[in-house]
Design a protein around this ligand. Structure first.
Ligand code: AMP
Length: 238
């Protein structure tokens, strides 16, 4: 139920669902540009929060939770989302894309009181493929551009590595160093996938029963973007 005082976001909301490593961020950034919908990644936001020089009990808590691959509490995430929803809102924005939110049923229930989810795009890959993709992932320290050193060619999957073109150790876009995220190490990967199955996967059914879940299995990584874009375009304009 909407609480008195809760502002309501009036434009369409697109939710990107899917286990860690499936490519939500990569696809999301492209969709954001093509459909004129800003994207908000809760994971990216939290990483920038802990990467700063400031320290506070909240930042220390977030740092620990993320390194362990666990989820931040729903109330804190909701506060962050509410602030972001109405910040930087421009008339030309066609809505907003959420990457990594909601991640629990209570988060989805809260989101339903502050805006209308137009569609949920559920990306999926086999678990063994996700583990390889996460272990191969590299991220630019400066602009967070995503790269991947993994070469995956099995079980119908065909993923080429996604490497910087100029210098393998530096980001093509801003020249900063590439890093291997602490939560992309084996123990944290296992925990993140476990948490996904326990807490986030139930959202597939939650949104399926609302008739707004659309599932995609990109077996060629970002190479699949053109057909994914066409399909999502139809969903957005329906
Ligand atoms: P991601 O980059 O989306 O995999 O997020 C990285 C980490 O940020 C997660 O493992 C969680 O610790 C935290 N996080 C991101 N989004 C949420 C969310 N919606 N709810 C709780 N924790 C989150």
């Amino acid at each position: 139920m909407e609480k008195k005082g809760d502002k309501v976001y009036s434009k369409p909301i697109l939710v990107l669902l899917g286990a860690p490593g499936v490519g939500k961020g990569t696809f999301g950034k492209k969709l954001s540009k093509d459909f004129h919908m800003p994207i908000f990644s809760t994971g990216e936001y939290l990483r920038s929060l802990v990467a700063g020089k400031e320290s506070s009990p909240l930042i220390e808590r977030v740092k620990k939770i993320m390194a362990e691959g666990k989820l931040l509490d729903d109330d804190t995430i909701i506060q962050i989302i509410k602030k972001r929803l109405f910040e930087d809102e421009k008339p030309e924005n066609q809505g907003i894309i959420f990457d990594g939110f909601p991640r629990t049923i209570p988060q989805a229930e809260k989101l339903a009181t502050i805006g209308k989810v137009k569609a949920v795009i559920n990306f999926f890959n086999k678990e063994a493929i996700l583990v390889e993709k996460l272990a191969g992932r590299r991220e630019c320290e400066g602009c967070h551009e995503a790269y991947n050193v993994a070469v995956i060619k099995k079980e119908g999957y065909e993923m080429e590595p996604l490497l910087p073109k100029k210098d393998v150790a530096k980001c093509d876009k801003c020249g900063s160093k590439l890093m291997h995220r602490s939560d992309d190490q084996p123990i944290a990967i296992a925990e993140r996938l476990k948490v996904y199955h326990e807490k986030t996967a139930p959202l597939e059914n939650y949104y399926k029963t609302q008739g707004i879940l659309h599932s995609f299995e990109p077996k060629k990584g970002v190479t699949d973007y053109p057909w994914v874009k066409v399909e999502i375009g139809k969903i957005i304009s329906a």
